[in-house]
Design a protein around this ligand. Structure first.
Ligand code: XLS
Ligand code: NI
Ligand code: NI
Length: 446
């Protein structure tokens, strides 16, 4: 990847390329564990992990919260007009991607280009910035992991986008999704994400769930058809989330989304983009969601972050938990690793993290966390104790009557007849504590 900063201004002048310096380094602006070229199993670390920076959190979110205004300086937010500001922001973004060594990024249409007064003006703005992004991608080698449309911020989407009770809003959402798909294709994006912004309800008293879900499926179907017709070869992702901003989001969790996709015949093209904090809001472990997707062939991509276990909302903090990352990487291995997807830091700085270096430090921590997780997951596989324990736990299905049952060759009568002969069985330890100890041994013995 080329070292890069363009033209007018360097936005992070005190910070150079972030390098791997190993766990003993005192330099906070270095990787302690993420060594991009290091081989882990069959692939290099960077090819396992496919890190992406989220444009919205890193270059748009300025620390504003419901109780206070912006705190985080955005020097790129200067310029004669909104287009010039967006251009500066993009320069800053690509400078950041390359200095950090993230090979991918992800965006919403409105993150990279300002909304115009009409859909046509908005689309023209987007095209302008896509042109610039294309140049910058070429100059730096940074690639687009996925694109998406922000169909939730504008007040017109207060009742939803594809699930809005007013047809006009559904049609307006289509202008954005169509343009965002075009932008993703133009930039060689490997995926296109649908996070169900306000696709859900606040009250059943004013909602026809059946209609709204049918509309959502219709919208997704025609979006897929449009993208495929125009040459999009990547994956479509649905990003599950159980609540926030609506009381109930239709894409509640991975299992719900899989059921929805199958019901509406969308299971061939759509995969899931799993966000750690959303899993937590659904009362699931991150690894539970990954594993559910992995075993049913729906694993796509990951929004890497973490919640605050004592808060009930999407705090989108940078991941820092080795244990969780190890279990996540193990589930990702079970899914066969990333193909089109990657680890997108859908994470934001805390409101009081206002030094320019903080954005680097946050990503460095997140990348190191997943590098550690990757090494541990590989160790679990190489050492084999845990996988072979799981395998042997089910060995009674490998042959004989157990195998017959799996193949569907036993009726309930036949199964019950066998059961009468078994006598005392099932008194076998699950060995959970032993397995947890083994995992901890790996963690410290890295
Ligand atoms: C919000 C979502 C959002 C998606 C992209 O909770 O995580 O950021 O990832 O629209
Ligand atoms: Ni997300
Ligand atoms: Ni989120």
């Amino acid at each position: 990847m080329a070292d890069y900063f363009i033209g007018n201004k360097e936005y992070f002048p005190k910070i150079g390329k972030i390098k791997y310096e190993g766990p003993k380094s005192d330099n906070p602006l270095s990787f302690k564990y993420y060594d991009p070229e290091k081989k882990v199993g069959k692939k290099k670390m960077k090819d396992h992990l496919r890190f992406a920076v989220a444009y919205w959190h890193s270059f748009c979110a300025d620390g504003t919260d419901p109780f206070g205004s912006a705190t985080i300086p955005h020097p790129w937010n200067e310029g004669k007009n909104p287009i010039e500001k967006a251009e500066n922001k993009m320069d800053a973004a690509f400078e950041f991607f390359t200095k950090l060594g993230a090979e991918y990024y992800a965006f919403h249409d409105r993150d990279i280009a300002p909304e115009g007064d009409t859909p046509a003006e908005s689309e023209a703005n987007l095209k302008l910035l896509v042109k610039k992004a294309k140049k910058l991608q070429k100059a730096t080698g940074v690639k687009l992991l996925w694109g998406t449309a922000n169909v939730f911020t504008n007040p017109r989407f207060m009742n939803g986008a594809a699930t809005n009770p007013e047809f006009g809003v559904v049609a307006l959402a289509a202008t954005q999704v169509k343009a965002a798909i075009d932008a993703t294709i133009e930039l060689g994006g490997q995926g296109y994400t649908f996070w169900g912004g306000r696709e859900g309800y606040m009250s059943l008293l004013n909602t026809d769930i059946k209609k709204e879900k049918d509309h959502l499926a219709k919208f997704l179907t025609i979006s897929r058809d449009y993208a495929r017709k125009n040459g999009f070869k990547g994956a479509f992702y649905i990003e599950p989330k159980p609540m926030e901003p609506t009381k109930h989001q239709y894409d509640f969790d991975v299992e719900t989304v899989i059921g929805f996709l199958r019901h509406y015949g969308l299971d061939k093209d759509f995969r899931v983009n799993i966000e750690a904090n959303h899993a937590e809001l659904a009362n699931h472990d991150f690894a539970h969601e990954l594993e559910t997707a992995a075993v049913s062939g729906f694993f796509g991509s990951v929004d890497a972050n973490r919640g605050e276990p004592r808060n009930g909302w999407d705090t989108d903090q940078f991941p820092n938990n080795y244990y969780e990352a190890a279990l996540a990487m193990l589930s990702i291995f079970k899914a066969g690793g990333f193909t089109t997807g990657g680890l997108n830091f859908d994470s934001k700085l805390r409101r009081n993290s206002i030094d320019p270096a903080d954005l680097f430090l946050a990503h460095i921590g997140g990348m190191d966390t997943f590098a550690v997780g990757l090494e541990i997951a590989q160790r679990i596989i190489d050492d084999g104790k845990i996988p072979s324990f799981v395998k042997s736990r089910y060995k009674s299905f490998n042959s004989g009557d157990g195998a017959k049952f799996e193949k569907g060759e036993l009726t309930l009568d036949a199964l019950a007849a066998l059961g009468t002969k078994y006598g005392k069985t099932g008194h076998t330890s699950g060995k959970q504590e032993y397995l947890e100890n083994v995992l901890n041994q790996y963690l410290l013995g890295l």
